[in-house]
Design a binder for this molecule. Structure first.
Ligand code: SAM
Length: 247
């Protein structure tokens, strides 16, 4: 495999992504904390605070956490709703889901989550069946992003909300050059140290650089049919949050 190559066919891209997360599943949470200095927790908390899942009501509140991996987002949503939200954690990678399902046993409200293996590009869920769709640090890995956004729109109920959290391009002078050096000189070797293979991390760094700009990604959300598209930069746009509605 050539993770570092610039031109990877779409079909091959999913295979590379799967290999990355297959290899790292058991140490994924540790790597997240190491590589982001724990800041990913702050961004995730901010996204869930913005989503503000209801703590009760007359109808269930159903969330699809796509590319949900080890369940970080799902656990936060369920806790924020004090055990009211029902979250389907879905991911293309069975290893990530296995680690997540194991972790979920020690959550405060383990019964509120279920785990379903699926590809974001072709969801095995009915039209208009979720109140919210979340995807954190996942959409960048999906080969056909527009297809995934169209699917998100399809499965959301009218009045439903999509929230996307993703690495973005730093737009603060000074921080951008630091971030570039950090990405090239720190992330791949650190990945190599913890998992024994640095190449997948070189691929991850490149996938961040290739991700659409906030304006281009917002246009893709509109193209999928979403309204009231909003971009919120975090930490000098190291991460970007997008919120939009199916109206
Ligand atoms: N959401 C979790 C978090 O924030 O910690 C996990 C994010 S992890 C960086 C990216 C996840 O995207 C991986 O678990 C990977 O298996 C998943 N993924 C990649 N391609 C996918 C696809 N086409 N459909 C669904 N999930 C996918």
């Amino acid at each position: 495999t050539h993770f570092g190559e610039q031109t990877v066919a779409l079909e091959d891209k999913q295979g590379l992504v799967n290999a990355v997360f297959h290899g790292v599943a058991d140490r994924y949470d540790l790597m997240n904390d190491l590589m982001s200095g724990g800041i990913h927790r702050v961004w995730k908390d901010a996204m869930i605070a913005d989503l503000a899942p209801p703590k009760g009501g007359s109808r269930p509140y159903r969330v699809l956490d796509m590319a949900g991996g080890t369940g970080d987002i799902a656990e936060r949503i369920i806790n924020a709703s004090v055990g009211y939200a029902e979250v389907v954690v879905s991911d293309i990678n069975s290893d990530m889901l296995r680690v997540g399902a194991e972790r979920a046993k020690s959550w405060r409200y383990p019964a509120q989550a279920s785990f379903v293996e699926a590809n974001a590009e072709e969801l095995p869920f009915a039209d208009n069946s979720f109140d919210a769709y979340t995807i954190a640090f996942g959409i960048r890995n999906v080969p056909r992003i527009q297809k995934a956004l169209n699917e998100a729109h399809r499965v959301l109920k009218r009045g439903g909300r999509i929230m996307v959290l993703e690495f973005s391009q730093v737009d603060v002078p000074g921080l951008d050059s630091f971030y570039r050096v950090f990405s090239d000189r720190v992330i791949p070797p650190m990945g190599g140290l913890v998992t024994g293979d640095s190449q997948p991390y070189q691929y991850l760094v490149e996938s961040i650089r290739k991700f659409p700009t906030p304006a281009a990604f917002s246009a893709m959300l509109s193209e999928a049919g979403f309204k009231r598209v909003k971009h919120t930069p975090y930490s000098g746009n190291i991460a970007a949050q997008f919120s939009a509605w199916k109206l």
